[in-house]
Design a protein around this ligand. Structure first.
Ligand SMILES: Cc1ncc(COP(=O)(O)O)c(C=O)c1O
Length: 322
């Protein structure tokens, strides 16, 4: 095995870190250096460089949680070296994920029996959750069109022009036309009436936002549901709704429990929520939950077995820390 050559150093040089040779030159920016740097010096230099970032606790412009209880920090560090996807090796981590999915789906009024496992998955955030939900809508729509012998090459999605960039990413990455309802002076969310007018037989779903990124406003999902039901009845289409509850999903159930925006509305088929926004968890966790089994097409779920037993996965990335 080739050994790297370490720059000669004495323990004394490391003990007086700021007087040591290592801190005289900055770390290389473009290429691996010929000689290694002792870990103590590397830590000191990188930690000092990071001081130039601003202090997250002073960042009042972020939706994302910047403080957690110390016990949560401890739990994160205890689990970070477990690969979340390896369900066979880390069944308790998987069980904790499943409990979260169950609790969130029931909080959003999914109608499932007492002991039934809800359909959903933990993601890196709402963006990944939205990609997965969008793919499920696209595949369901394609399957329906194929069965009807109709063309299935021009899917579109209807949203307000106030959607977060992840919806534009979904549309571009997965080749779905984005039909945006324009905003107008004094009205900065999607107008349900105009959204329903844009729906046609190529529409895979209408996406409503609970907690617009621009101003935090909730879109009127109930009105959207009612207008879309009328249109579906007339046209015999079955256009569904996704609710992007990235910010509002952990607010509405507590502050506005009687507001109907979730699975209480029959056309709402999937919902995403960011744990790291008002779920009060550090960045790196989101969720997508589906109304029921038939809303997540089986062919999108991969079954892999090289880590042990059969493991169903439906995520964009494979490995990540527990
Ligand atoms: C409404 C909405 N949807 C989606 C996202 C993307 O969420 P994430 O950062 O968790 O990927 C955001 C982020 O600000 C958002 O406000």
């Amino acid at each position: 095995m080739a050994l790297s050559e370490t720059t000669r150093h004495s323990d004394a040089a490391i003990d007086s870190m700021f007087a040591s040779l290592y801190l005289q030159n900055s770390l290389p920016k473009f290429e691996l250096p010929e000689k290694s740097t002792p870990k103590e010096a590397a830590y000191q230099i990188i930690s000092d460089e990071l001081m130039l970032d601003s202090n997250p606790r002073l960042n009042l412009a972020s939706f994302v949680t910047t403080w957690m209880e110390p016990e949560c920090n401890k739990l994160i560090m205890e689990a970070i070296n477990k690969n979340y996807v390896d369900m066979d090796e880390y069944p308790v981590t998987t069980e904790l994920q499943n409990r979260c999915v169950n609790i969130i789906a029931r909080m959003f009024h999914a109608s499932i029996s007492d002991k039934e496992q809800a359909i959903g998955v933990g993601t890196v955030g709402s963006s990944e959750a939205i990609m997965l939900a969008g793919l499920a809508f696209k595949r369901n729509w394609q399957n329906k069109r194929k069965a009807q012998g109709k063309p299935y090459d021009k899917p579109n999605i209807v949203t307000g022009a106030n959607v977060q960039v992840c919806w534009e990413k979904f549309a571009r990455y997965f080749e779905v036309e984005l039909k945006e309802v324009k905003l107008r002076e004094g009205y900065y969310v999607m107008d349900p009436q105009k959204a329903v007018e844009l729906v046609d037989d190529n529409t895979i779903c209408v996406a409503a936002i609970l907690g617009s990124t621009y101003n935090g406003e909730f879109e009127d999902v109930k009105l959207l549901n009612d207008l879309l039901m009328e249109k579906n009845n007339k046209t015999k289409w079955d256009t569904p709704i996704h609710v992007d509850a990235a910010s509002g999903g952990f607010i509405a159930p507590f502050l506005y429990p009687n507001l109907e925006w979730d699975f209480r509305l029959p056309l709402v088929r999937s919902i995403n929520v960011s744990g790291h926004k008002y779920g009060l968890v550090y960045a790196g966790i989101g969720w997508v939950v589906w109304r029921g089994k038939k809303d997540l097409p089986e062919e999108l779920i991969f079954h892999i077995n090289y880590l042990g037993a059969d493991q169903p996965t439906f995520t964009l990335n494979f490995s990540k820390g527990g």
